[in-house]
Design a protein around this ligand. Structure first.
Ligand code: SF4
Length: 128
């Protein structure tokens, strides 16, 4: 059996526990638009790929001393692997990198209630 790394499997409490953070921290990252967990029945679920990215995000904030605002700004210009300067091996082994071609609604497996025509993410991506 192969693990689908993009499947939102871990509820908030489990994800926070695995990452060694308070659930509030994850809610802050989400409110800042840095993570986009799947929501089902009002609960958030995280994939393995989400957890990998959150670890990298925390490293940028706590080891590299980049503010949340700074990370947000930088991610407008470069993907995470450039920001984090990931080696070729790190990229190949990273589900976030391997799934980089996926659209947000495929990656988070969200039941998106918006029409793509009105979605700022979709329309911005198609304008660039
Ligand atoms: S590509 Fe690099 S920075 Fe991005 S989530 Fe993977 S390991 Fe982290």
């Amino acid at each position: 059996m192969q693990l689908d790394e993009s499947l939102p499997t871990y509820p908030m409490g489990a994800a926070a526990h695995m990452l060694g953070v308070h659930p509030r921290t994850l809610r802050i990252y989400e409110a800042e638009g840095l993570i986009n967990p799947c929501r089902r029945g009002g609960k958030r679920f995280f994939s393995h790929a989400d957890l990998i990215w959150i670890e990298c995000l925390r490293s940028l904030i706590h080891d590299e001393n980049i503010s949340i605002e700074g990370v947000k700004r930088l991610l407008q210009y470069v993907p995470c692997w450039k920001l984090k300067n990931c080696s070729r091996d790190e990229r190949i082994n990273c589900p976030r990198f391997r799934h980089r071609g996926k659209k947000c609604w495929e990656f988070s497996q969200k039941n998106c209630e918006k029409s793509c025509d009105n979605c700022e993410i979709y329309t911005e991506k198609n304008e660039t």
